[in-house]
Design a protein around this ligand. Structure first.
Ligand code: AHR
Length: 618
């Protein structure tokens, strides 16, 4: 294997090459990275009509002593449903309540993870015509073990109108399958609305689950595409993601039912929170907006008005004096966000009104924001686009062998015209299961092809990023989690081999001979570590074959030599279909070791079915 590492042979890789695609799928956001512990906090998930389904809220205590229903008496006009709880027992009358009272509980998203010594902020809205004495507690899933508790006491005159209550609960024990209970032993009617429980300790204080975000931080993503995917489109337009409904105080957001992935989200993770996450990660936000097209209905181009998306861009980028910039400032972010990319729709190229709608949005955005780069849904890799665009979107889900072969896909692409945004790629189907080593090998070879072709490929992201193990709508995914644990699939670990590539220099890398039983793909970059400005050379080799390959690596053209010992990292496993799991999260993870002999000439053995990197300090 020869590497020409001379400066003149190097090709700069775009600063944005590798990033992430976050979609609200598999409860990735609601019940996932968004740290809200209460599911259906506003009682809205059953729809706007009452009586409404309040799932997963349930009754605790003797059911004959309590009558729970919904009505439309909320103080929030965009989400009118409130919970009405009529308690028929008390401590003194003819019907005596159980000692723990009666009430309602919420188990969160398949159990709340409550940790000893940590605090949780509870906010709720309450109303009653009687004086209230409500016990708030965090308990085990059967309600028997109390982890934290507090009381809400008020006279009738203080709660006869909707009243906001905020309190901190500190847990004395850990239980990853907890629930929130609101109980009382007072007869009367109490209304509840917008009940929220958030851990005090979230990523940068912005509401995200720390341990999940830490996994994406480790990927060093240069962009984040959001909020979908099909989630942006909806099965029907009425259920598409509407940014305007997801901003402002969380209590006032109506929430919506994502009818593609079939679950309710209260939109606590809204447009601003996505922009905030991008900023916190140091990643460029890529806003995918609905262009008037869902899976089953479309808005005719003649009826398309681009103002909604212009407002969304003003919300992100406008000064605090602008109409929508001032709304953003009011939400606590006076400075504009660095929004530079928007995608017009998702996978809509074949739709009847796509081109017409696209052109309306395109010209309106370019007129108002000439620097914004616009991404088309139509594939320009095999033939030129018939409309203007800065980038075209490219999605591929296929078998491991196909994706491995697609390492050459962009070799043949015209060097003129818009560049590619490979915003969704993954090995799927029987090769992948719920995340196999085999899948990661095909994907790594594909990404090496993208590095090599990064003169025509600007950005790439794996899909989907997250799955809550209780809602596996889509397999495989990069990161699997439940209420308290998480692990990376081999496809997650594969992406870490590419975390230094964005902005690095790509060097020609040739494999001189072919080996029976081996299928090798390789690339080399030089990159500078921003932490200490050190220069490094990284060679990556994917061995898709079943034989060990002995290679002589020769690096030429270095201005200075390789000045200290390097390291090698290998991702492999005993069986191609090996996967990680909660029980064995480290079954297929990269293993690093020091290289005994680092130099410009090295004899190395490449394991079968592996991804290997050689990291050499310069
Ligand atoms: O990544 C899962 C889905 O695959 C996305 O929502 C969609 O864009 C694609 O079809």
């Amino acid at each position: 294997l020869t590497v020409d590492a001379s400066p003149q042979s190097g090709q700069k890789i775009p600063d944005t090459l590798f990033g992430i695609f976050f979609e609200e799928i598999n409860h990735a956001g609601a019940g996932g990275i968004w740290a809200e512990l209460v599911s259906n906090r506003g009682f809205e998930a059953g729809g706007p009509n009452t009586p409404s389904n309040i799932d997963p809220w349930s009754i605790t205590g003797q059911e004959s002593f309590i009558y729970v229903s919904t009505d439309r008496t909320s103080c929030f006009p965009r989400n009118e449903v409130a919970l009405r709880m009529e308690v028929l027992c008390d401590n003194t009358g003819s019907v005596i309540c159980p000692s723990d009272g009666v009430g309602i509980y919420n188990p969160g998203y398949w159990g709340m993870n409550i940790e000893q010594g940590k605090t949780y902020k509870l906010i709720l809205y309450v109303r009653s015509l009687n004086s209230i004495n409500i016990s708030v507690s965090l308990t085990s899933s059967d309600g028997l073990q109390k982890l934290a508790s507090a009381s809400i006491l008020a006279d009738a005159s203080d709660v006869s109108n909707w009243t906001r209550v905020e309190l901190l609960l500190e847990s004395v024990e850990t239980n990853m399958n907890s629930r929130l209970q609101l109980t009382t032993t007072n007869k009367g009617v109490i209304w509840f609305d917008q009940v929220s429980l958030m851990p005090s300790d979230t990523y940068k204080g912005h509401g995200f689950r720390k341990e999940l975000i830490s996994m994406i931080e480790d990927m060093k993503p240069r962009f984040i595409r959001f909020p979908g995917g099909c989630f942006v489109e909806g099965e029907w337009l009425r259920n598409a993601f509407r940014w305007r409904e997801t901003i402002g105080p969380w209590e006032e957001r109506p929430g919506h039912f994502g009818d593609v992935w079939m679950y309710w989200t209260d939109d606590g993770l809204g447009y601003l929170e996505f922009l905030q996450l991008a900023e916190d990660l140091g990643a460029s936000p890529i806003w995918v907006f609905n262009n008037g097209i869902s899976h089953n209905d479309e808005v005719d181009t003649t009826a398309i008005l681009p103002f909604d998306v212009l407002d969304s861009i003003e919300f992100a980028r406008g000064s605090r004096d602008s109409k929508w910039g001032s709304v953003r400032a009011g939400m606590g972010h006076p400075e504009p966000f660095q929004l530079e990319y928007v995608a017009i729709g998702n996978e809509d190229c074949g739709k009847k009104f796509y081109r017409g709608n696209y052109m309306k949005f395109y010209y309106a955005i370019k007129a108002a924001y000439p620097d914004i780069k616009i991404i088309s849904n139509c594939d320009g890799s095999s033939r030129p686009l018939d409309h203007p665009a800065d980038f075209y979107d490219f999605h591929v889900y296929t078998s491991a062998r196909n994706l491995f072969s697609m390492t050459n896909h962009f070799d043949r692409t015209s060097r003129d015209g818009p560049k590619a945004f490979v915003s969704e790629y993954a090995v799927t189907g029987s090769d992948a299961g719920t995340g196999s080593l085999l899948a990661s090998l095909g994907e790594a070879a594909f990404l090496i092809g993208l590095e090599r072709n990064s003169d025509v490929v600007e950005m790439a992201s794996y899909a989907p990023l997250f799955v809550n193990t209780h809602d596996r709508r889509w397999n495989p995914d990069a990161i699997v989690f439940n209420s308290w644990q998480q692990y990376g699939t081999p496809s997650y670990w594969m992406q870490l081999f590419f975390k230094e590539s964005s902005g690095a220099i790509f060097h020609p890398t040739k494999i001189q001979a072919s080996f029976s039983g081996a299928a090798l793909v390789a690339s080399t970059i030089t990159w500078q570590d921003p932490a200490d400005n050190s220069k490094n050379l990284k060679i990556k080799i994917v061995n898709f074959g079943s034989d060990t390959v002995n290679l002589k690596i020769s690096v030429s053209g270095l201005e200075a030599g390789i000045n200290s010992l390097g390291a090698t990292t290998v991702l492999t496993s005993g069986d191609l279909m090996d996967e990680n799991s909660f029980d064995k999260p480290n079954k297929v993870v990269p293993a690093s070791s020091k290289l005994p002999n680092t130099g410009t000439e090295m004899d190395v053995a490449i394991s079968p079915h592996s991804i290997t990197s050689f990291d050499l300090p310069l």
